[in-house]
Ligand binder design. Sequence first.
Ligand SMILES: *Cc1c(COP(=O)(O)O)cnc(C)c1O
Length: 415
Amino acid sequence: MTTQQTIPFLDLATTHIELEQELTGVFKAALHTASFIGGPMVEQFEQAFAEFCGTKHCIGVGSGTDALRFALAAAGVKFGDIVITVPHTFIATTEAISQVGAEPRFVDIVESTYNIDPEKVREYLETSCTFDEGLGLVVENKSGKPVTAIVPVHLYGQMADMDALGEIAEQYKLIVIEDACQAHGAQYFSKKEGRWRTAGSMGKAAAFSFYPGKNLGACGEAGAVTTNDCSVAQQTRILRDHGQSKKYYHDIEGYNGRLDSIQAGILTVKVQHLAEWNRRREAAAHQYDKLLLPVDGVVRPYIPEWARSVYHLYVVRVPEREGLQKHLAEAGIGTGIHYPVPLHLQKAYEGHSWKRGDFPVTEQVASEILSLPMYPQLSVQQQRRVVEEAARYLRNEVRAEKSVGISSGQLKHSS
Ligand SMILES: *Cc1c(COP(=O)(O)O)cnc(C)c1O
């Protein structure tokens, strides 16, 4: 065996080492001014990120989960409402829905893009709900509860089909809140408007996470809400700060969900590199596409012509996912599975009526997906090795080699 360089799934250190001087400068500035919560560093980041997304407002908050919670509540989702989303996402999406007092309802995803299927949304609204003309809202037949919002998740860095969702939302008077936690800078070509739009600018409001591993990551926890709606922005500002519109004057009960100044300062430094990092991710994705093209048995990411992905993750599908992942791990190559258990089958939702078979596309996809190493610093050389190792496994070579290595006495244990 030759000892080969390991390739991590994610390389968070290099970026920060490259920016060490600037980043420690932020920390020193905060120390010297003792400005830790709020203040100009937060405002400066909010301005920079609103500009990046092409929105009027950005409100820095404590995490992506906070951002989802506040965006839903600020946009008017209330206790007892029903909110439509997908089971193929991180649980924060549905936690936020439940934590504002609403109930999630799942619809399945599109197999090629892994994002919410607008046709399934329409089907749910048409077959399980009734539009109440008097109230001007949709009511779910079995629960009698109003359906008020859709949360499309722009998964893996690629936006959901927002024109189609927008049309449904308009027809059924639904609020659209984008879960853009994996999609900083992703783009969607709106045929309706005849122009490209950036993630976070198309819904009533959107939630971003700056968890360290995201395309734009803090050195700790952070998130943001973006919106073009002044009152949603105002309400989000109030919600993140204990419901106060003025110090110690509380209009409502809110949360402690502020973005701290040091994280804001760090994000201001890093956001200037985001477009370039996204370009490098895209280049790496195209490289993977090219390298994987001749490899049988691999489904590569599909990007419709109306989408530009920022490749938060590069996810492939293979029939023997566990075996491939194990083989790559043995070869020193890190991978991930996003996500192995669909939300409707999680223990947390055991009390609900969801069961296996309810969302077949999600379930199928969840059993086959594998996220390959992806970050701006990933080299072509590293990618070649990832693909070579994957191809070697998929061509059965590894299994053949292993059985050759087994002595006849051990053979009975192999199956
Ligand atoms: C990361 C993520 C979140 C949650 O963000 P946190 O900052 O970790 O709270 C929500 N939704 C999706 C799709 C995510 O990937």
